[in-house]
Design a protein around this ligand. Structure first.
Ligand SMILES: *Cc1c(COP(=O)(O)O)cnc(C)c1O
Length: 397
């Protein structure tokens, strides 16, 4: 079999390639429209115009208003801003926060810090498909609850959360609702008022724009305390000279992805289903993790029993195929994904699970290549691990 000749990228939940049209816009913003948006001369005015047009593009994409969009350095900063900003803004009302066990570290770590500082945290479980039960949120809310933070879709198994139902509950109980929509933005329709969310995080590099640019939607009237102080940019909510190239890239990618939204996501989901069926038909002892259809169009997550996920990743890497043994943030450690464990998957199976995430540039031919290579990779790793096989025989009784 041919080795090393290919570069097939199937890790779009970790990051995406910047679109050429986006890169061109970013290049122009760096070399031509490079002014400081706070300056009154024409260089500054041009930059300011790009900034405000970009803000409008993002606002339109989620059916909100331009003055409700705050630009940040990405999903991590947006989540930190939302969580710490609300904790500081509403601490007089209470110290209780509700989240789930399957959130991204950029939510769970700030929450941990608050917990150490004395906040009460409710970590909601998920079902075996990785989905939170809105009823649990209703039951968890007390008169001290100041924030509910639940992701729009999960980055490991792609599970869409019942955001609209949760939004109805938080609205009824008058609790702020933050939603990490980094994975969903441009993969699933987001209508701010329909969802009743008050804060929503998005990130550029997950949607074919550059790294280091993101946004936080903040509903008008939400009391959020700034976390970065200085020159008072972004109406005092987030100081620092605006990253016009990154912001324009985020807006440009949004406009391009909005233009073929349905067609693209349907095509990616169809290719994903083709991959899923091919794997399940051609390889034994495989589990397809997550919900059958309430999931991101590009997400596949498989447990290949009796194989280490990291071995699969490195073997496919030799064939020029890039996939993930969990999330980028966790791959460095041998720790099993918190999402899979929360779904009730045993640690052994969790460590045998890989994530394959498709994007707009993937072709059927690339998936055929993967389907061609994968059965051989799995069976050779299983043969190597014969001790696993022997042990499995004892379970057959
Ligand atoms: C990638 C990701 C983030 C972090 O975004 P960055 O822009 O990389 O900081 C946050 N939440 C989710 C769900 C993500 O997938």
């Amino acid at each position: 079999m041919e080795k090393f000749h290919r570069r097939i990228y199937l890790d779009h939940s970790a990051t995406t390639p910047v679109l050429p049209e986006v890169a061109k816009a970013v290049y122009d913003a760096m070399t031509i429209y490079f002014g400081n948006a706070s300056e009154p001369h024409f260089f500054g005015v041009e930059a300011k115009k790009i900034l405000e047009q970009s803000r409008l593009s993002i606002a339109n994409a989620i059916k909100s208003h331009a003055d409700e969009i705050l630009f940040t350095s990405g999903g991590t900063e947006s989540n930190n801003m939302a969580i710490f900003g609300i904790a500081e803004g509403y601490y007089k009302k209470g110290n209780h926060i509700i989240t789930s066990e399957i959130e991204h570290p950029a939510v769970l770590m700030p929450i941990k810090i608050l917990e150490n500082e004395g906040f009460e945290i409710t970590y909601l479980p998920v079902d075996s498909n990785g989905i939170v039960d809105p009823q649990d949120i209703k039951n968890a809310i007390t008169n001290k609850t100041i924030l509910v933070t639940i992701m729009h879709s999960n980055n490991i198994v792609g599970a869409f959360q019942p955001i609209e139902e949760i939004g109805k509950i938080t609205k009824e109980y008058n609790v702020i609702f933050h939603c990490d929509a980094v994975q969903s933005y441009m993969s699933s329709e987001i209508d701010i008022d329909k969802l009743n969310v008050d804060l929503l995080s998005i990130s550029g590099h997950k949607i074919y724009a550059p790294k280091g640019a993101g946004a936080l939607y903040i509903r008008k009237g939400t009391r959020i305390v700034p976390q970065i102080y200085g020159g008072g940019q972004e109406r005092g909510r987030r100081s620092g000279t605006e990253n016009i190239p990154g912001i324009l890239g985020l807006a440009k990618a949004t406009e391009i992805l909005m233009s073929d939204f349905k067609e693209r996501n349907q095509r990616i989901a169809k290719l994903r289903d083709y991959l899923r069926d091919g794997v399940l038909q051609n390889i034994q002892d495989v589990i397809y993790n997550g919900h059958p259809d309430k999931r991101l169009p590009g997400n596949c997550n498989f447990t290949f029993k009796n194989v280490e996920a990291s071995d699969i990743v490195s073997r496919l890497n030799e064939y020029g195929i890039a996939i993930s043994a969990g999330s980028a943030c966790k791959s460095a450690s041998s720790e099993a994904s918190n999402t899979l464990l929360a779904m009730g998957i045993c640690p052994e199976y969790a460590r045998s699970s890989v994530r394959i995430t498709l994007g707009r540039e993937n072709t059927k031919e690339e998936i055929d290549y993967l389907l061609n290579v994968l059965p051989e990779v799995i069976s050779s790793l299983r043969n190597k691990n014969s001790s696993y096989e022997d042990r499995d025989k004892y379970f057959i009784f």
